[in-house]
Write a protein that binds this ligand. Structure first.
Ligand code: GRF
Length: 212
C-alpha cells in the first residue's frame, strides 16, 4: 500500500481527481493518509474534511523560522507514515530538508510541457498566457519528481493538449486542467506499481513492472 500526502493551496481539483481515481478502483494500492495546505481557506481542505480524511492547515507563518516549519512538516509526515508527497497546486517552496528527506518521493503536477513554461513565477494563467504568446500548437500537463528548484526535477509523465486558435488563457487552462486530472493519478499509479526509478538524476518509467 502506497501512503500518500497531498499538499495544495487552492480549490483542490487535482486532489479530487486522485480521490475519484481511488474511489473508482484505478489506484487500488494507494491510500491518502494526510492532506495539507498553507491556506486555511483552501478548497482542498474542505474536500478532505468532506471525504473524512486527515487534514492539516500548516504554514510557515505558524512557526518562528523555516527550520521550525520544516521540522513541523517532517513531524506531520512521519506521524502519518507518508511514503510519497504529491504537490497538487501547492504554491509554496518545500524546505530543502523536506526535499532531502523525501528524495525522489515527491511528485508535482504542472500545467505545461516542462521544461518549457516552468520555473519561478510560472503558475496559474501566466503559464497559458506565455504558451499563447509563443504561438505554440501544443501544450500539456507534466508530472515530475520534485527537487530543490521549482518545476525542475526528472519528468515522470507528460500528456499533450492542442492549443486552438480561438483559445484564451482561461479556455486553454480549462483544457489542460482536464488533462491534469488524468495524468496525475496515472503517474501515482506508476509509482505505486514500482515502475518509476531515478538513475543518475534521470527518471525511468518501466513499462513492465520492475520486479517480475
Ligand atoms: C493546477 O493547474 C496545477 O497544475 C497547478 O495548480 C493548479 C491547481 O489546481 N500546479 P487545483 O487546486 O488542483 O484545482
Amino acid at each position: 500500500m502506497l501512503k500518500i500526502a497531498v499538499f495544495g493551496s487552492g480549490r483542490g481539483s487535482n486532489f479530487k481527481a486522485i480521490l475519484d481515481a481511488i474511489h473508482y478502483g484505478q489506484l487500488p494500492d494507494v491510500r491518502i493518509v494526510l492532506v495539507a495546505s498553507n491556506n486555511s481557506d483552501a478548497g482542498i481542505l474542505d474536500l478532505a474534511r468532506t471525504a473524512g480524511l486527515p487534514f492539516r492547515h500548516i504554514s510557515q507563518k505558524q512557526f518562528p523560522s523555516e527550520d521550525a516549519f520544516a521540522a513541523g512538516l517532517l513531524a506531520a509526515l512521519q506521524k502519518a507514515a507518508v511514503d510519497v508527497i504529491v504537490l497538487a497546486g501547492y504554491m509554496k517552496h518545500l524546505p530543502a530538508s523536506v526535499v532531502a528527506a523525501y528524495r525522489h518521493r515527491i511528485l508535482n503536477i504542472h500545467p505545461a510541457l516542462l521544461p518549457a513554461f516552468g520555473g519561478t513565477g510560472m503558475y496559474g494563467l501566466r503559464v497559458h498566457q506565455a504558451v499563447l504568446a509563443s504561438h505554440e500548437s501544443l501544450t500539456g500537463a507534466t508530472v515530475h519528481i520534485v527537487d530543490e528548484e521549482y518545476d525542475h526535477g526528472p519528468i515522470v509523465l507528460q500528456r499533450t493538449v492542442p492549443v486552438l486558435a480561438s483559445d484564451s488563457p482561461e479556455s486553454l487552462a480549462a483544457r489542460v486542467l482536464e488533462m491534469e486530472h488524468s495524468v496525475l493519478p496515472e503517474a501515482i499509479r506508476l509509482f505505486a506499481e514500482g515502475r518509476v526509478s531515478v538513475i543518475n538524476g534521470q527518471s525511468h518509467v518501466h513499462i513492465s513492472p520492475l520486479q517480475e
